[in-house]
Design a protein around this ligand. Sequence first.
Ligand code: ADP
Ligand code: CP
Length: 316
Amino acid sequence: MARIVVALGGNALQANPKDISAEAQLETCHHTAKAIVDLIEDGHEVIIAHGNGPQVGQIVATYEAANAQDSSKPVMPFPECGAMSQGYIGYHLQQAIREEMLRRDIKKSVAAIVTQVVVDKNDPGFKNPTKPVGSFFTEEQAKVLMAEKGYVMKEDAGRGWRRVVPSPMPVAVVEEPIIKTLVEAGHVVITVGGGGVPVIMKEDGSLEGVAAVIDKDLASEKVAELLDADELVILTAVEKVAINFNKPNQKDLDTLTVEEAEKYIEEGHFAPGSMLPKVKAAVMFANSKPGRKAIITSLEKAREALKGLTGTVITR
Ligand SMILES: Nc1ncnc2c1ncn2[C@@H]1O[C@H](COP(=O)(O)OP(=O)(O)O)[C@@H](O)[C@H]1O
Ligand SMILES: NC(=O)OP(=O)(O)O
């Protein structure tokens, strides 16, 4: 049995990026819950983290559209939208995981914790927005949005244009003691949804939300270190990390040492905003203490990967 932090990628929440309805998300969460509960059934202590890029972008856009029609309707600040996305996704995941555990007669409770993550107000990420949020647009649509709304938009790994926002590094998890207590008591915890709501800690100890989205793979890594997890499992749409990805000479990797990963990062094998933060988070975790390992694989292969049968395993 291992203590594992599982980071869920976008495909674990919205299987079809074109269908962003709540109904479709809940259905996808039911599918995702099966893979999560497989791991619980195998005896692992599971802590779940997840992304929120599409959802937080959609929440922001909904408020902006309402405000554009009627200026008396306030635009919701970005950190509040992040907190809403945590509640929205956490609600679906906890309902689906609870139901799957009930079906298998697993007597555990599951809860999503609205989690705040402290960031440094001087983080260089604030000056260079990189984190894609919301839906995908064509280049023409993106140009209109940039001109009309003042968004910064970038092409996202060959998949279309998206709004980008600052993505500072996670420094500390405010709710760490509560998460630890719940995990130690045997509960299934969903935390740092969307990387956590980014907050700055002021001199008097109070917290203030900031307009940014923390990378959920890096926030998951932070949680995995704080909880002294054995493994960080990053689930996405591919079974293995590759070099020469999408090229005729693509090579899928079974293992990756920290040294090899750093060399491949240098050579540009991992796309920024998609595979790069996953490999960076995996390297940070593997490097943080002897014996720790990270696995990058798909949701469907999670159970097999935990048994050492597939996925890319990153070790020191
Ligand atoms: N070197 C690589 N090896 C494997 N996949 C890669 C690589 N570079 C980019 N990718 C792409 O990155 C995707 C994962 O990033 P993304 O979809 O943004 O993450 P998430 O699952 O967290 O939402 C993979 O599904 C794959 O299409
Ligand atoms: N917060 C975050 O990393 O979200 P995505 O995984 O959806 O990009």
